[in-house]
Design a protein around this ligand. Structure first.
Ligand code: G6P
Length: 468
């Protein structure tokens, strides 16, 4: 049997515990690998002045881990710089926030080259290599250049913008051209597929035939594979966590008493629309004063990438907006909004989702958003809560029975909160059943097996090497 080699910038080692603000990618890859077994290669999350030049994988259960430190200069240029100040805002359609420097781009290419050099000695001829996310776009080209002929797939977890947006990045043509070094490129939605194919044609002169894109000797298939969650596992976690009334759940919900709970859970990231969501909740309370005192918004927002200035600014702004709204709308015995900036265990989150009458998932732009799926999975089928979901999350393509909103329209989000709180049980159940059926039929196992079947079944001549 072929071995699976997964490569991603972020790797979650089992001993790190559950309370990491890991984001959807690490959680999904952990479940996929635990199921399938294989090697997981990437950044350790640590910094050292001289990362080791060779690696010794460490085995935990079915998964071997091979992780390398970054130098501080690499963290600055590759991770904080090019990946998170240039690519991240660009891919989320935020040109105004995009900061590009040549030094960061050089650092990004440097880490991709170093990852290729470290990975090659660990590879076996039949391995199937699956590379994840925007930190590692040129990695396949670096591997091919060094003679790797294995099947190599890529999955892009975040949105891919139209060519007009992506093309504003300096060196966008060079970077996008490296992508035909992959055999299969997976994206979250059809919209992302159309944008990437459009970009490959417009910026790298690739030829397109259906969902195949060709440059020179290489051809890549580009296809949508919406990522899922471990629905059954998460449902059980939610059930167990409520029964056990575990400490974090009790501590967080006890002060609410019988009050209704609206919940948001996101990394503290400007793409998630947290500030806009707080404003929308304020608008809801202003427009519908009868709900004051009866419902509270709990926003859990573990800090993320805090060394990037735009994230530090969001940290400040979210405190300011929550403080202003609480001061204006709160009462001595009722605080409308609580923003908690720390990570909770997955079982505490599952219990909170189940306790919440409304799940507010309103990103300004998101690849998929797995919180939307987790919120549904955690509900009590007898008395389910209502999901309010941004139309700009990839999940909205699948979860049409949620209340779909435009997160830029504060008034619309406010009205959706009111509709959700007033929704009759029969309608809540009807919507929940359809949503649950969708997330179950497209869960994490479905995603992994569908992607890997496509990657291993492709009829592609191996051995074509990208010219240096
Ligand atoms: C998103 C990205 C992932 C990333 C995660 C957490 O989900 O798609 O690649 O790992 O955010 O961000 P971080 O910078 O902490 O890895």
């Amino acid at each position: 049997m072929m071995r699976l080699v997964v490569v991603s910038n972020r790797v979650t080692m089992p001993e790190r515990g559950e309370k990491v603000a890991a984001g959807g990618l690490a959680v999904a890859l952990r479940s996929a690998l635990e199921q399938h077994g294989g090697l997981w290669f990437g950044w350790s999350g640590a910094i050292s002045s001289e990362p080791a030049a060779t690696m010794e994988p460490v085995k935990h259960g079915k998964v071997s881990y091979a992780v390398t430190d970054l130098t501080e200069a690499e963290r600055q240029s590759y991770y904080l710089g090019f990946a998170n100040r240039a690519l991240w805002p660009l891919m989320h359609y935020r040109l105004g926030l995009t900061e590009f420097t040549r030094a960061d781009y050089a650092g990004y290419l440097g880490v991709n080259r170093r990852f290729a050099r470290l990975l090659i000695p660990l590879l076996k001829p039949d391995d199937i290599i699956w590379i994840h996310d925007y930190h590692l776009i040129p990695l396949a080209a670096e591997l091919r250049r060094r003679g790797v002929t294995n099947r190599i797939g890529y999955f892009h977890h975040i949105p891919w913008p139209p060519a007009e947006v992506f093309g504003s990045l300096p060196f966008s043509s060079t970077l996008i051209s490296t992508m035909t070094a992959y055999d299969l490129i997976g994206l979250q939605t059809q919209n992302d597929v159309a944008n990437l194919i459009g970009g490959l044609v417009a910026l790298s002169g690739a030829r397109r035939e259906g969902n195949r894109v060709r440059t020179g000797q290489r051809e890549a298939v580009v296809q949508a594979f919406p990522i899922g969650i471990d629905v059954e596992g998460f449902r059980k976690l939610a059930q167990a966590s409520v029964r056990a009334a575990t400490q974090p759940v009790r501590a967080t919900t006890a002060p609410l008493g019988s009050r209704k709970l609206v919940i948001g859970v996101d990394r503290l990231d400007y793409s998630k629309g947290i500030v806009q969501r707080l404003e929308a909740f304020g608008t809801f309370l202003r427009n519908h004063p009868e709900h004051r005192g009866e419902v509270g918004l709990l926003q859990i927002a573990p800090p993320s990438r805090s060394d990037v200035p735009e994230y530090a600014e969001l940290d400040r702004m979210s405190d300011e907006v929550a403080g202003r709204l609480n001061a204006a709308l709160g009462e001595f015995d009722w605080t409308p909004i609580r923003v908690v900036k720390k990570a909770y265990s997955r079982s505490a989150l599952a219990g909170l989702y189940r306790r919440a009458q409304v799940g507010l998932v309103t990103p300004m732009r998101d690849g998929m958003n797995l919180v939307a799926k987790e919120y549904v999975a955690a509900q009590n089928p007898e008395d389910p809560g209502v999901l309010v979901l941004s139309r700009f999350a990839g999940a909205a393509q699948q979860l049409g029975e949620a209340l779909i909103v435009n997160p830029f329209d504060t008034h619309e989000v406010a009205e959706a909160i009111r509709t959700a709180l007033a929704m009759p049980l029969s309608e809540r159940r009807r919507r929940f059943e359809r949503l649950y059926a969708t997330i179950s039929s497209t869960d994490i196992d479905w995603w992994t097996s569908r992607y890997l079947a496509a990657l291993s079944g492709l009829d592609i001549p191996s051995g074509d090497i990208v010219p240096p």
